[in-house]
Design a protein around this ligand. Structure first.
Ligand SMILES: *[C@@H]1O[C@H](CO)[C@@H](O)[C@H](O)[C@H]1NC(C)=O
Ligand SMILES: *[C@@H]1O[C@H](CO)[C@@H](O)[C@H](O)[C@H]1NC(C)=O
Ligand SMILES: *[C@@H]1O[C@H](CO)[C@@H](O)[C@H](O)[C@H]1NC(C)=O
Length: 385
């Protein structure tokens, strides 16, 4: 991919003023893949040093050493392992590859200044070694969480399919009990469960009680994540809890962050023009189980382009030029329906406790929680002028 001429040179004054569209209120209403026809003309890839990457243990290590970049494919035709348990192609309990750029909080602030990540950063990024929310983690342990709310506090659950159109309201304590004891006590969501029947707490935490509670959450290091943005409701926080294997099927929306507070959460992403093919009836684990293993690996060229993209962004940013042009590139649409499903594996990384991912504007993504009690907070930002 070639850098195109920068016709629009803007200053760093971004993240302020009006915005074109704010995704938060309509998080679910939009079946975004269908709603937004805009497709970018450049391949935005991802990952700088995935090569050192592999899976990450959550100790905040850049190199996150577990060099387990292979996906275990189950060739045993019985599908049953020695201990009598069903074996899966993609086992949530193991470690998984990471090909997304990982950067420490300190490195991020050193590169971009104390205001944090600039608006509309064009690639996914994993930010590690932040300790800002250790107090919040304390408030949200399985024992402490209900104590933050009135007795018999109810939560609204969504289906795990792309549309998340179904709802169910039950007491918080009942939800915790259900997810921790699901599937004969394993606390697991299986790949073959229908998405619309797999209940999940996420994205429906905009009530006053939740808003008050989420004041205790420290916002990500980002230029559109200031206390003023919070005060002006330009950032929408969503709290979620899921068990092993739970998560949401592919969808897309505006940019933001998601921090893992407890457990581990695996993210898979494709740039806007590089769409995934998936079954609307199922949740994300079904895709990991059935589609992911057969997809091609990213090539060295993909990884190089992605690294190049990060470097170009930083250079433009340092010269007070924005990625405005990058965004124009990315918004120049290809007629809907003309893109083919990607034959390659997604960009992906496991986000461990205390780490967060930045998901760029309109990137397709799906998530799979890897532990029985996985807690996360997503911050949906307002990044257009
Ligand atoms: C965590 O909560 C306990 C009480 O549940 C408290 O004693 C402790 O100081 C808290 N730790 C942090 C880091 O907030
Ligand atoms: C979930 O979706 C399946 C397949 O589309 C359908 O047969 C089933 O009735 C749906 N379940 C609910 C609760 O809507
Ligand atoms: C970028 O803009 C800032 C203020 O808007 C100015 O102080 C700085 O010199 C500019 N840097 C470059 C490289 O143009």
């Amino acid at each position: 991919m070639k850098e195109t001429k920068d016709n629009t040179v803007k200053t760093k004054e971004r993240c302020s003023g009006h915005h074109h569209w704010s995704m938060a209120p309509s998080l679910f209403g939009l079946l975004l893949g269908l709603t937004f026809g805009g497709i970018e003309s450049v391949q935005l890839a991802d990952s700088p040093q995935p090569y050192e990457g592999g899976s990450c243990s959550g100790d905040g290590d850049k190199n996150c050493n577990a060099q387990d970049n292979k996906v275990a494919i189950n060739h045993d035709s019985s599908g049953i392992s020695g201990d009598g348990k069903q074996k899966w192609n993609w086992d949530p309990s193991t470690t998984h590859r990471c090909n997304i750029r990982r950067i420490s909080r300190l490195e991020l602030l050193t590169s971009f200044g104390n205001a944090g990540l600039p608006c509309l950063y064009p690639y996914p990024l994993v930010i590690y070694r932040g300790n800002e929310n250790s107090g919040f983690a304390n408030l949200t342990t399985v024992d402490n969480l209900p104590l933050n709310f009135p007795p018999d506090f109810h939560v609204t659950l969504s289906g795990s399919d792309s549309l998340s159109s179904h709802r169910r309201t039950i007491p918080l304590t009942q939800y915790l009990n259900e997810i921790l004891t699901a599937n004969d006590g394993s606390g697991e969501t299986l790949p073959n469960q229908l998405g619309n029947e797999t209940w999940y707490l996420f994205g429906e935490t905009f009530s006053d009680e939740w808003a008050t509670f989420l004041q205790s959450y420290e916002l990500p290091p980002c230029q559109s994540c200031t206390p003023l943005h919070r005060l002006q409701n330009k950032i929408a926080l969503s709290f979620g809890i899921g068990n092993t294997g739970s998560g949401v099927q592919w969808h897309l929306h505006g940019p933001g962050f998601s921090e893992t507070i407890h457990g581990r959460k695996h993210w898979v992403l494709y740039p806007p023009a590089d769409r995934p093919e998936y079954d609307l009836d199922y949740a994300s684990r079904h895709w990991m189980e059935n589609t992911y293993p057969a997809l091609e690996d990213r090539t060295a060229e993909d990884l190089k382009n992605e690294k190049w993209g990060h470097d170009v962004f930083l250079r433009r940013w340092k010269n007070n030029m924005t990625y405005g042009s990058t965004m124009q590139e990315s918004r120049s649409s290809v007629p809907e329906g003309e893109s083919l499903p990607s034959s390659k594996k997604p960009w992906e990384c496991t986000i461990s406790r205390g780490e967060m991912i930045y998901f760029p504007d309109r990137w397709h993504h799906a998530t799979i929680n890897l532990e029985k009690y996985t807690v996360f907070v997503s911050s949906f930002t307002t990044e257009y002028e």
